[in-house]
Design a protein around this ligand. Structure first.
Ligand SMILES: Cc1cc2nc3c(=O)[nH]c(=O)nc-3n(C[C@H](O)[C@H](O)[C@H](O)COP(=O)(O)OP(=O)(O)OC[C@H]3O[C@@H](n4cnc5c(N)ncnc54)[C@H](O)[C@@H]3O)c2cc1C
Ligand SMILES: NC(=O)c1ccc[n+]([C@@H]2O[C@H](COP(=O)([O-])OP(=O)(O)OC[C@H]3O[C@@H](n4cnc5c(N)ncnc54)[C@H](OP(=O)(O)O)[C@@H]3O)[C@@H](O)[C@H]2O)c1
Ligand SMILES: Cc1cc2nc3c(=O)[nH]c(=O)nc-3n(C[C@H](O)[C@H](O)[C@H](O)COP(=O)(O)O)c2cc1C
Ligand SMILES: *[C@@H]1O[C@H](CO)[C@@H](O)[C@H](O)[C@H]1NC(C)=O
Ligand SMILES: *[C@@H]1O[C@H](CO)[C@@H](O)[C@H](O)[C@H]1NC(C)=O
Ligand SMILES: *[C@@H]1O[C@H](CO)[C@@H](O)[C@H](O)[C@H]1NC(C)=O
Ligand SMILES: *[C@@H]1O[C@H](CO)[C@@H](O)[C@H](O)[C@H]1NC(C)=O
Ligand SMILES: *[C@@H]1O[C@H](CO)[C@@H](O)[C@H](O)[C@H]1NC(C)=O
Ligand SMILES: *[C@@H]1O[C@H](CO)[C@@H](O)[C@H](O)[C@H]1NC(C)=O
Length: 669
């Protein structure tokens, strides 16, 4: 490489960096979604906020996607219920910590910090890091729990930096640094054992009195006699209530109910399902770019709602309102509403059960099993075997433990605060914003896996809902074939059987703007979704006359056999339209004795792939994160190593550099 090459490379690198940073900045400013359930109690000054609201403990979190936030909130809740502490739980973003040194010395601060990038803090914690760097906090007592993933080189580095800076500021650590590890999948257990040790150590530093009255609500619940137009029946925002005007804005705090104009089954075989859904965004403020993600807001199936209601003996029609007992908190979902509405539309009732949830509910267990439940909630292995391995949801687990007897002692107030809120699910958009500007296509595999241990299948909330909508639109007579049914008319008929709330999330997964750059697309299974969008985008360029020097497109796709070959009839047409510039290479994994995957096909086509890479091709990988993306990256490293005559380690450094430069992009889940 000569010096001109180096300079060009440096300029490209800089441009990429600026581009990436701009993206994060745009994302940061494009929505106000930082503080979803912690309202601002007047001031931003942390000490004043504590004083004004009579708080005796502070929990601060720095989170990017909400994991650190979840754990922080759980920790705060348990401090309240166990020790009757009045806890303030707050995002470090938008919090003024300048006066933290004035915090009374009997107040402990617990930090929950996740790590990103090269051991960096989350985007919203830049000011927090700056503050800590020069803080003087000789009287502060604190704990730190980090959220990270050991497959990254800088494991839990942001939490470690937090600890280091606080110690340098003269503060006193209580207990030890906790390190949650996603990589090993032990975050939950890492948290629980850290937390138990912290609760023990806290006694040495502050005056804690264990309250034996168990669960304490942080909200003031009132029960009402009748429903009026101000009561929520599943509406996600106020403007969808009767007599309101719907705001035409779409973001994580305000999804827009959007009409599905077409939907169909993509698999030919029975037993597995993959649903193609087309949302019509014409006239809506929803905009997207090819490669973005769309969030679909689901709700629970009738059968699961009924199971939940009967497990706890709840009265579905009961109307309640919950108001925070102080201004630093916010209700987790819109109120007033009915118990049934909350169970159907607002709470996540079917996911895996955490040991801590069982521990919280154990005080309300039927008497004859109470001690057993308490024991199980403290027994890591026993819980894994009896509950987790069977893929029980909460109702399944509790009914299993009580042998079918309802848990009618559990207060509704406790359920509301213990269960997570139902969250939108993201999908890689499979249409092109240029070819299909008014449509968002989704390609979703329906989660329905048999469960040998219990006999009843484990079902995904959103994907089974999309299937119910699809069948309803195409063959409403086929009622019996669904494992569960949904009330697809929605709250006050807002969904009408063919609409759902959505919003779009911007992604950095983008084709090169220069269409002469060749691309290698690797997406088995539903991983092909964004690539259908990419290819339709290129077809659009050609049909609008932009085909002068389009680079080659190689798409490596994998499926079991002809039955789950997604969009099989569309690809030949794209190939014709792209005049041979587009080639699709398919790995069928189950038509011969030997497994054939995308990475095997990559190796078979090694010469062509390397030729494109040497021409500066971009590589895109989409789909399963657990194994496929790793295996594919390994295969590409091997190919590069061979080509360049370097070691695998050096080849993986090359791939890492490509990732930094946006030449190797992943959209994996
Ligand atoms: C950026 C991104 C892009 C994505 N793109 C796509 C895409 O293009 N196409 C696509 O199909 N998916 C995509 N996904 C995945 C998608 O977001 C959903 O996770 C997926 O569709 C399942 O959603 P669900 O609501 O149906 O299942 P959920 O209800 O969320 O369940 C998730 C899984 O847990 C299992 N499960 C449920 N309850 C339990 C229990 N009690 N114990 C153990 N296991 C349980 C379910 O069977 C299911 O497999 C993407 C994800 C991300 C993050
Ligand atoms: N539990 C898991 O470990 C696992 C793995 C993949 C996907 N998933 C989930 O299963 C659902 C269906 O996913 P999907 O439709 O995208 O995929 P899919 O239909 O399960 O798989 C698509 C193709 O990829 C193949 N494949 C399996 N392992 C691979 C690997 N390590 N490298 C390359 N190819 C591989 C499959 O082969 P075979 O099936 O014949 O092996 C199949 O031919 C999704 O929810 C996904 O998250 C789970
Ligand atoms: C793009 C990306 C980069 C990450 N970088 C690191 C890292 O350098 N070190 C680490 O320990 N964990 C890293 N992680 C793992 C996250 O910290 C971990 O998943 C954490 O639970 C996320 O918490 P949050 O939801 O509060 O943001 C990374 C995750 C992603 C998605
Ligand atoms: C974010 O919130 C502020 C203050 O409430 C408001 O002025 C601003 O318009 C909001 N921005 C967006 C993009 O919603
Ligand atoms: C941890 O990081 C690795 C490497 O990026 C990734 O494959 C894996 O899915 C991550 N684990 C979780 C649970 O996010
Ligand atoms: C601890 O609290 C108890 C009860 O409120 C009180 O009597 C005692 O003086 C306190 N001790 C300290 C060290 O603050
Ligand atoms: C709870 O709400 C009721 C009715 O609005 C009110 O009378 C009561 O004072 C509230 N209690 C607390 C502790 O805020
Ligand atoms: C619970 O655990 C205790 C102590 O390990 C044991 O003595 C007791 O028998 C257990 N009780 C039940 C019901 O499992
Ligand atoms: C889907 O749900 C609705 C109930 O909202 C039901 O009427 C319909 O029959 C369901 N199933 C099918 C296959 O359409």
């Amino acid at each position: 490489m000569n010096s001109t090459d180096l300079m060009i490379l440096a300029v490209i690198l800089l441009a990429v960096l600026i581009y990436v940073k701009l993206d994060t900045l745009k994302e940061l400013f494009s929505s106000n979604d930082s503080d979803i359930s912690v309202a601002n109690g007047g001031s931003n000054d942390i000490v004043q906020l504590m004083r004004d609201n009579d708080k005796s403990y502070l929990v601060l979190f720095a989170s990017q996607t909400g994991t650190a936030e979840d754990y922080a909130k759980r920790f705060a809740k348990e401090l309240k219920s166990k020790f009757n502490l009045n806890v303030l739980c707050k995002d470090v973003e938008n919090t003024d910590l300048e006066n933290l040194h004035e915090l009374p010395s009997d107040i402990v601060v617990s930090f929950f910090v996740s790590t990103y990038g090269e051991g960096d803090f989350p985007d919203g914690a830049v000011m927090f890091e700056q503050y800590l760097n020069s803080a003087q906090l000789p009287d502060l007592k604190f704990t730190v729990f980090g959220l990270g993933n050991n497959t990254y080189e800088f494991f839990n580095m942001a939490a470690k930096k937090t600890l280091k800076m606080l110690l340098a500021a003269g503060a006193t650590l209580i207990g030890e640094l906790g390190e949650g590890d996603d990589g090993k999948g032990t975050t939950e257990e890492d948290y629980l054992s850290w937390k138990e040790a912290i609760f023990d150590s806290l006694h040495e530093h502050i005056n804690l009195s264990e309250t034996n009255n168990g669960f304490k609500s942080s909200f003031n619940f009132t029960y009402l006699d009748s429903i009026d137009d101000n009561a929520y029946l599943g509406e996600l925002t106020e403007d969808y209530l009767p007599h309101h005007e719907v705001k035409n804005v779409a973001n994580i705090k305000h999804p827009l109910i959007t009409k599905i104009t077409a939907s169909k089954e993509l698999f030919k075989s029975v037993g597995r399902n993959c649903i193609h859904t087309e949302f019509d965004i014409s006239g809506s403020s929803i905009k997207y770019e090819t490669g973005d993600h769309v969030a679909v807001w689901p709700f629970n199936a009738n059968e699961k709602v009924e199971q939940f209601m009967s497990t706890f003996g709840l009265d579905p029609k009961k109307i309640f309102n919950m108001t925070p007992s102080d201004s630093t908190m916010k209700a987790p979902f819109p109120c007033p509403t009915t118990i049934e509405t909350a169970v159907r539309y607002y709470l996540e009732i079917t996911g895996p059960v955490s040991r801590e949830t069982l521990s919280v509910l154990s005080e309300f267990a039927p008497n004859n099993i109470k001690q057993y439940v308490i024991n199980l909630s403290k027994d890591k292995e026993g819980f894994a075997k009896e509950i987790t391995a069977k893929k029980f949801n909460l109702a399944d687990a509790l009914l299993f433990l009580s042998q079918g007897e309802p848990w009618s002692q559990v207060p509704w107030e406790c359920l509301v605060e213990t269960l997570p809120i139902i969250t939108p699910r993201y999908y890689s958009i499979s249409s092109s914003s240029n070819a299909d500007p008014t449509k968002i296509h989704v390609t979703s595999i329906v989660e329905n896996s048999p469960n040998d241990l219990t006999g009843s299948p484990t079902l995904g909330v959103t994907t089974n809902l999309l299937r119910n909508v699809s069948l309803h639109m195409n063959s409403p007579e086929s009622t019996k074939i669904l494992p569960v049914q949904y009330d697809i008319m929605g709250p006050r008929n807002l969904y009408g059987g063919n609409s759902l709330p959505i919003h779009v999330r911007h992604s950095a997964f983008k084709l090169p703007t220069d269409i002469s750059v060749p691309v290698i697309l690797i997406g088995p299974g539903t991983g092909v979704a964004p690539f259908r969008g990419f290819v339709r985008d290129r077809v659009h360029s050609v049909t609008s006359g932009e085909n002068a020097n389009m680079g080659k497109i190689m798409l490596f796709y994998g499926c079991r056999d002809e039955n789950d070959y997604l969009y099989e009839e569309e690809w030949p047409q794209y190939s014709t339209q792209l005049d041979g510039k587009f080639e699709m290479i398919v790995a069928f994994s189950r038509i011969s004795d030997k497994k054939c995957y995308v990475q095997h096909k990559l190796k078979e086509r090694q010469n062509d792939v390397l030729a494109l890479l040497n021409q500066g091709a971009n590589v895109y990988v989409c789909g399963d994160a657990a194994r496929m993306a790793k295996d594919v990256q390994h295969a590409i490293c091997e190919m590069i190593a061979q080509d360049k005559g370097v070691s695998i380690e050096d080849a993986s450094e090359i791939v890492k550099a490509m990732k930094v430069n946006g030449k190797y992009q992943e959209d994996v889940w």
